[in-house]
Write a new protein. Structure first.
Length: 149
C-alpha cells in the first residue's frame, strides 16, 4: 500500500476513533499531497519518495513551531504541535545514525567517483535522493563536506 493510501486510511481511522490531533496532522499531509499532485502535470498517485519529502518537511516545520511556542511560554500550543509531529514521524523511515550515514555516504562517493570538494554537487544529488527521509539535508551536506575534505 502506498503512503498516500496509508494517509487516507489513517484519516478515516482517526475520524472513527475521534482523534482530533491525529486527524488534523493527516489532513494537513493530505492537503499538501493533493497540491503536489495537481501542480504542473496532474498525476493520479504521488510517488512515495515525494510523499516522504512532504511528511518530513511538515514534521520539521512542526518541531520548529513547537520550539518557538515553548520560547514564548505557550506550552499548550507546543504540546499540540509536538503531538502532530509524532503522528507524522510514524510514517517516516527511521533516521540514520552517524555511523550509518557515513557508510551510506562513502558508498555514494565511491559510486559517483568523487575525489574532492569540487564533486560535492554530484554526491549531494545522489545522496539526497537515496537518503530522503532518513537524514536531514543539512546533516548530509555537513558529512559529505567532511568526507570530501
Amino acid at each position: 500500500m502506498t503512503l498516500e493510501k496509508q494517509i487516507s486510511q489513517g484519516i478515516m481511522e482517526a475520524m472513527k476513533a475521534k482523534e482530533p490531533i491525529r486527524l488534523a496532522a493527516l489532513r494537513n499531509v493530505k492537503k499538501y499531497i493533493l497540491e503536489a499532485k495537481t501542480a504542473g502535470v496532474s498525476i493520479d498517485e504521488l510517488p512515495d519518495a515525494d510523499t516522504l519529502k512532504i511528511i518530513g518537511k511538515l514534521a520539521k516545520q512542526g518541531a520548529e513551531s513547537a520550539e518557538i511556542y515553548r520560547t514564548q511560554g505557550r506550552a499548550d500550543l507546543a504540546d499540540e504541535e509536538m503531538a502532530q509531529v509524532e503522528v507524522l514521524r510514524e510514517f517516516l523511515p527511521r533516521a540514520l545514525s552517524d555511523n550509518e550515514l557515513v557508510v551510506a555516504l562513502r558508498a555514494v562517493i565511491a559510486e559517483v567517483g568523487a575525489s574532492g570538494p569540487q564533486d560535492m554537487g554530484r554526491v549531494m544529488g545522489v545522496a539526497s535522493k537515496r537518503l530522503a527521509g532518513q537524514a536531514d539535508g543539512g546533516r548530509i551536506s555537513a558529512k559529505v563536506r567532511e568526507l570530501l575534505a
